[in-house]
Design a protein around this ligand. Structure first.
Ligand SMILES: Cc1ncc(COP(=O)(O)O)c(C=O)c1O
Length: 468
């Protein structure tokens, strides 16, 4: 690192009346470290081989900037690197360039989405973008939404709203329905909502990983006869392990007939609603307009930096009714909707800035490009994978899981463990999810930096390695 950094004196806060030359220098130096790290990513590994010992505790008198920049440098080289082309394990794509800038701007502004007077322009942007998304998923004029830090939190926001609006918020028999392949965080939601274990009803999935409608109808009948009161059915639009899409229309009609809130967890696949890319109807998340709420996580495929998640509702008044408390320490007029009163979170960073900048930067074309590339890569991999050797689990989205046909559970667990490790030693990171009591392998094709040649090589590797 350059020696002149030894003399870099940074004020505690940006100066309100100076030229902030030193801050500019610091930002430049930090950016340089980050860009240098990006530039050598491919030579490294998605996961660092060794973790540099980083001292976490502060010192009595603080340390100089050069030391901090060295720490930042060490931190980068000791971190998971989603930009590495071999990073194919999870729903954590590389950060979109413009989104990094969005985080910087949000940090500099340090506005608070709790209240309009603490984030006047950003509240408007969040409101407008949520409405735009809501229209894209087929909601009408009364619709709207809220951003929250992640899909778990937005699914929780939706379920609190569903439970409250159905009048069952304090009812001990309140229950909700998910599929067995729904995200594990719904268990957390149930605990927070005070829903008993036996009232979180899990429906079997069919051979395609979709909620089984026959089973759903039976469970509803059975639950009613046991006195359970169902306040929501959750349909998943893109399951975590196989990227399957539940039969939304059938589930929606069942919800309509039984007056039950339909929540769609589109944390993974919902983003396709803003794309023109036509593939197996994955952009028609709410074609029949029967959903009450939908979660969409732009952080998961599009590369908006974490966190970026929206909850969209058919009627914004339902969120307001659920979460409105009044903010006694905030001075606002009656016509103002403070966004801290539309969800569980109070103080909230301006995460919407990076989504706003990124969507404007990408345009429809850029969005289509990223989303379609993820599907095309998955299809390429799936086509090469030997169907005689593997059971393949993959819905229409960019996720594929698989296991060898010729092995028992123990052998599969050993096989997946060995291959995952072997690949990581060769700079390819995939995941090993527990699915129906077996540890199988999963590849997620949300990495724009992964090339066709990498995919062909990877699929051929699996075809050659089907022994325990
Ligand atoms: C289908 C689905 N829903 C919800 C979540 C939770 O989202 P988050 O990790 O942003 O809280 C995930 C996470 O992977 C998911 O796959």
């Amino acid at each position: 690192m350059k020696s002149d950094l030894n003399n870099l004196i940074i004020d505690y806060f940006p100066s309100p009346n100076g030229d902030n030359e030193q801050l500019l220098k610091l930002l430049h130096q930090t950016s340089k470290i980050i860009c240098d790290w990006f530039a050598v990513s491919e030579n490294l590994s998605p996961l660092p081989k060794n973790l540099t010992k980083i001292i976490s505790e502060p010192t009595e008198f603080g340390c100089d900037i050069k030391m901090l920049l060295d720490d930042i440098n060490s931190l980068l080289y000791s971190s998971f690197n989603p930009s590495h082309p071999g990073s194919l394990a999870h729903l954590d794509p590389p950060p979109l360039t413009i989104s990094i800038v969005g985080d910087l701007v949000a940090g500099a502004l340090n506005n608070n989405l709790l209240a309009e007077e603490l984030s006047p322009s950003i509240s408007v942007i969040e409101n407008d973008l949520c409405k735009w998304f809501a229209n894209k998923v087929g909601f009408g004029n009364s619709s709207g939404g809220i951003a929250a830090s992640g899909g778990t939190l937005n699914n929780l926001n939706a379920l609190v709203c569903a439970k409250f609006n159905s009048g069952l918020i304090f009812d001990p028999d309140a229950s909700f329905i998910i599929s067995e392949d729904a995200h594990v965080s719904f268990k957390k939601c149930a605990r927070i909502l005070g829903v008993k274990d036996e009232n979180l009803i899990s429906i079997r999935t069919d051979i395609y990983g979709k909620m089984d409608i026959f089973c759903l109808n039976n469970e509803i009948k059975k639950s009613k006869s046991l006195g359970k009161k169902i306040f929501s059915i959750v349909a998943t639009f893109g399951t975590t392990i196989r990227g399957s899409i539940d039969p939304i229309y059938e589930i929606g009609n069942i919800c309509k007939d039984n007056n039950i809130w339909l929540h769609i967890d589109g944390s993974i696949g919902g983003i396709f609603a803003i794309s023109n890319y036509k593939f197996q109807n994955i952009n028609d998340i709410n074609k029949l307009k029967i959903a009450n709420s939908i979660t969409i996580n732009p952080q998961k495929i599009l590369g908006i930096t974490k966190t970026s998640s929206l909850l969209l509702v058919d009627d914004i008044k339902k969120l307001k009714k659920t979460f409105f408390t009044g903010l006694p320490y905030i001075d606002s007029t009656e016509d103002v909707l403070n966004r801290g009163e539309l969800g569980v979170q109070g103080s909230r960073p301006a995460e919407i800035i990076k989504l706003w900048l990124s969507l404007k930067f990408l345009g429809k074309n850029g969005i289509d490009n990223i989303l379609s590339s993820s599907i095309k890569k998955k299809l390429l991999f799936e086509n090469i994978l030997d169907k005689d050797k593997f059971y393949i689990y993959s819905g229409p989205l960019h996720i594929i899981s698989f296991e060898p046909k010729n092995m028992n559970t123990n052998q599969i667990n050993t096989w997946s463990f060995k291959l995952k490790k072997l690949l990581l030693n060769n700079k390819i990171m995939i995941s090993r999810p527990l699915h129906k009591n077996r540890y199988i392998l999963r590849v997620v094709f949300g990495n724009f930096n992964t090339k066709e040649s990498h995919i062909i090589e990877l699929a051929s590797f699996f075809n050659k390695n089907t022994n325990e």
